[in-house]
Design a protein around this ligand. Sequence first.
Ligand SMILES: Cc1cc2nc3c(=O)[nH]c(=O)nc-3n(C[C@H](O)[C@H](O)[C@H](O)COP(=O)(O)OP(=O)(O)OC[C@H]3O[C@@H](n4cnc5c(N)ncnc54)[C@H](O)[C@@H]3O)c2cc1C
Length: 637
Amino acid sequence: MKSSVNSALENREYEIAVIGGGHAGCEAALASARLGFKTVMFTVSMASIAMMPCNPSIGGTSKGHLVKEIDALGGEMGKVIDRSFIQSKVLNRSKGPAVRSLRAQADKEKYAALMRRTLQEQENLSIVQTEITDLLTKDGKIIGCRSISGMTYHVKSVIICAGTYLKSRCVYGEVSLETGPNGLMAANHLSESLISLGAPLRRFKTGTPARISKGSIDFSKMEEQYGDTPVEPFSFTTDKAAIQREQGLCWLTYTNERTHTLIRDNLHRSPLFSGMIEGTGPRYCPSIEDKIVKFPDKTRHQVFIEPEGEDTDEMYIGGMSSSLPEDVQIEMYRSVPGLENAHIVRNAYAIEYDCIDARWLRPSLEAKTVKGLFCAGQINGSSGYEEAAAQGLVAGINAALSLKGKEPLILDRSTAYIGVLIDDLVTKDNREPYRMMTSRAEYRLLLRQDNADLRLTDMGYEVGLIDEERHNKLLEKRRLMETEIARLKEVKITPNKKTQEFLEAHNSPLLKTGVFLSELLTRQDLSYDLLADLDPERKALPEDVVEEVEISLKYAGYIERQKKQVEDFRKLESKRIPEEINYNEITNLRLEARQKLEKFRPANIGQASRISGVTPADISVLIIFMKKYGSERDKEH
Ligand SMILES: Cc1cc2nc3c(=O)[nH]c(=O)nc-3n(C[C@H](O)[C@H](O)[C@H](O)COP(=O)(O)OP(=O)(O)OC[C@H]3O[C@@H](n4cnc5c(N)ncnc54)[C@H](O)[C@@H]3O)c2cc1C
């Protein structure tokens, strides 16, 4: 959008501009400001800062891992949810450590208020409520952005975290509103500017359920859902004792045949099925209409009733997002046990919005064709607060590192869920909103939530987001852990009377010969705490160290095997592909592979092997060519 330039409308105060105050924008802005750069964060509405337009929770399977990793790197989300949760529990506690994941019900308003205050108190950071309409470039490099008022902000780097606001449209029944979530203003101009820079745009959609007033719900017809005691914190810096509190409740009820029939009878009025919605929705977060159509034999679907906050009576109806007309919504919700007299405060709706095909970005989240321009969050085709925050943090770090002339922080698939997330976004053809899941992480036994600090806090320290004191605590944790593992591998247990009685008492097989304590700990029926009876020399260790020692020894075999797989993976990842390579010169490469590689220009062989349509045979051809190419180039120099 061209507006007449007036010198008074020239701002040169900032170095980095973050477009968006959502979960991605908050982490990006805090990271770049904390790394010393004068940062401005734009948002179309202050009310959208750290807003949760959908489920009132942070974490859950694999998403809890992302939050732990954000915290381990020096991000903010974990700290804020530890101070604004209503209920908290570890999911999959009975399963293996790889899938154990923390999930907390959030007080949405409190979460947003705490994050807003953190932003407002952050040195080097300013917030401006305005809509950014244009991106300004010169010679393939970002030089600034312009707002709807014509104010030009001259900056060295821009991070776009525009979420679900670009040309957003909210739809339910025949109602179609050109607004962002919760009726906030949409951002209707930036898409054109992105297109003019060559960004491939897509139209995605997501949806949310109605909010129902608590007073109109009959909880006696539902199952109460409790939090864990004690509560586990998300942040490695949170004092666990300090956050123990009385927790709120959630409730579980179910849809039934009456609900399903009602929906089936009105599918023709659903914008999803009438074609009114063009955007593609998330397979793993389907609307109730989608569920009824996709799983016709299911007689009931779970419905979780969750508080939106402690100072509001609005309840979130989890599992029933929809875009059906209002009259159908009223009947649909009232067909659910406990909701017979439901008073709908906010209708369910679907939202569609512009986002980019993130294969336009490097693994650093920088645009391949515009230096200094980064994208993070829902705009990259992901879905979820945690996925957005993770990308925002990485983009904020990399914008700062790039201005410092340093190599970007690239987390690969064997290092972090964040690495899996970003690699999948910038390498794969994601035709629907991408949601993180443990099944996406091939090395998930190594990427547990409990060891996120051991995997990432050194990197957070190196980039400058983790301070000395916190880093020393991590080094001490690692030292205690390694010392104890080494000790347990040296303490010999003999099959004497005391040992055999202990094993008998715990229904564990008796010993025939002497073993080391570390070997006993691999037994599923024995734990580190239990073995204290056979280990009088042991010193008291912090809970988190004990957890690491136990998991490292109990799953030692699996962990070793996965580490071997990672070695092979890293060999391919380390084979960088020269930027200037011309795939069309590689004549014995199949045409489809040549076209795909030329279009997406992967950074290394590992990434090339994950591009759909590129076969292992193509990869061998490419590796041979690179060897020849490398040696010829060496001859030239
Ligand atoms: C109705 C709805 C339902 C959802 N359902 C789910 C779900 O079921 N499961 C799930 O995982 N996720 C869901 N989400 C997605 C979740 O909300 C997002 O993943 C998350 O909020 C994305 O964070 P973000 O930071 O990328 O963007 P957002 O939180 O959307 O924030 C974007 C920010 O950018 C600002 N902005 C945008 N354009 C401009 C501009 N041009 N100038 C200035 N500021 C701008 C906005 O003001 C806002 O501050 C849903 C979202 C919505 C809206």
